[in-house]
Design a protein around this ligand. Structure first.
Ligand SMILES: NC(=O)c1ccc[n+]([C@@H]2O[C@H](COP(=O)([O-])OP(=O)(O)OC[C@H]3O[C@@H](n4cnc5c(N)ncnc54)[C@H](O)[C@@H]3O)[C@@H](O)[C@H]2O)c1
Length: 356
């Protein structure tokens, strides 16, 4: 089979994808795009791409000969760039989340339906090693039906909201923390095989950085409570400015057992009723698959990006459904938008539209 040609736009996060796709035997990098000439030159030189493959204008980039566009630009550009890429006959792998508004999500869904091309949201946390292991345990029925789940994604990215020296704001300053909900809801809903139908949000306000109270990115904490289609309950916590280390934490309670990773470092545990001792069984929290091939470690976030890309490329080659299609992608995006609306109303329960 001929190699698939890929173009990558947004070379900050996208640089890692240039690296991981370059080392894939079935792919060639046809083009890269960034409005920042310095980044364009840096990445182009690092991967020995000719000048003709380097674009600073997205529309010109789309005219290059490509099968796939990987979108790794700031979220406000996702909807427009996704729709244009699909309309020009390309498959799309787009960073999360789908978009910032429900109307934009609807437009992306319509564009995917019309295009007959593959669209996958690049929610890499679904591919963490321990999440892939949990999926096997849950699918084998070990912990039973999942009734309750929690996720916390806590990451101090103050320096990505504002430049502390110049005071210049970056795009994330206006992103309420809970809009970025796919890292928490994505893995949980994938494991639960469920969808959110109602949301309630709460926030503690702007106590950590009161001087930035007009910039929703600086909200201290946002919590989302959700009800799912099958009657389960989910809670997520988000902060972009906490006074604590970066961590990602999940737990799931089923009718027969419980799974949990460790909040900061080390091991988590699994408990299966009647099988494990009361203090649970130590279970890996590693994001790296120890049995993965060497090239799997070239992507970011452990071995997650390697497996995510492998699934996406396989679905193109075999013409099968992508694992995180546009419906899953919007189901992991819209609840955060609604939870923020709820938080701004003091915590009213609101319906969550399902687009599929
Ligand atoms: N999955 C993950 O773990 C993860 C981690 C970090 C970022 N992200 C996602 O990656 C995306 C990019 O985030 P980032 O941290 O790289 O942001 P960033 O602001 O650091 O970089 C964005 C890059 O896109 C370029 N750019 C901006 N507008 C453009 C346009 N219209 N056309 C072409 N290039 C443009 C900028 O010059 C910059 O190089 C976001 O969607 C973010 O949510 C995902």
């Amino acid at each position: 089979m001929r190699k698939l040609k890929i173009g990558i736009v947004g070379l900050s996060r996208g640089r890692g994808f240039v690296s991981v796709f370059s080392s894939h035997p079935d792919v060639t990098i046809s083009a890269i795009c960034d409005i920042d000439q310095k980044k364009l030159a840096e990445v182009g030189d690092a991967f020995e791409l000719p000048d003709s493959a380097r674009y600073s204008n997205f529309d010109d980039f789309l005219n290059d000969d490509m099968d796939i566009v990987m979108i790794a630009t700031p979220i406000p550009f996702h909807a427009e760039q996704t729709i244009k890429s699909l309309q020009s006959g390309k498959h799309v792998l787009c960073e999360q989340t789908v978009a910032y508004t429900i109307e934009e999500c609807e437009r992306v869904v319509e564009a995917v339906k019309k295009s007959r091309k593959k669209y996958m949201m690049a929610e890499n946390y679904c591919y963490f090693h321990y999440i892939r292991e949990w999926k096997k345990i849950i699918n084998a029925g070990e912990i039973g039906k999942i009734l309750y789940a929690e996720g916390e994604y806590i990451h101090n990215i103050f320096h990505l909201l504002v430049n502390p020296e110049t005071g210049q704001f970056y795009w994330r300053h206006e992103r309420p923390p809970i809009w970025y909900c796919a890292h928490t809801l994505g893995p949980l809903l994938m494991l639960m095989k469920d969808r959110i139908v109602k949301a309630c949000g709460l926030t503690t306000g702007f106590n950590i950085h009161p001087q930035f109270k007009d910039h929703p990115g600086f909200l201290d904490f946002e919590v989302g409570f959700f009800k799912t289609e099958t009657g389960a309950v989910v809670k997520i916590l988000r902060s972009q400015v906490p006074a604590c280390p970066h961590f990602v934490w999940y737990c799931l309670y089923g009718t027969k057992g419980h799974l949990e990773n460790k909040r900061v470092k080390g091991e988590g545990f699994i408990y299966v009723d009647g099988k494990t001792p009361d203090d649970g069984e130590v279970f890996t929290s590693s994001v790296v698959d120890p049995n993965a091939p060497e090239e799997a470690k070239k992507g970011g976030h452990g071995t997650s990006e390697y497996y995510m890309i492998r699934d996406f490329l396989d679905s193109i080659k075999n013409n099968t459904e992508v694992p995180i299609n546009v419906f899953r992608a919007t189901e992991w995006t819209i609840p955060g938008i609604i939870a923020h609306q709820s938080a701004m109303k003091g915590g009213t329960w609101l319906d969550v539209p399902i687009l599929g």
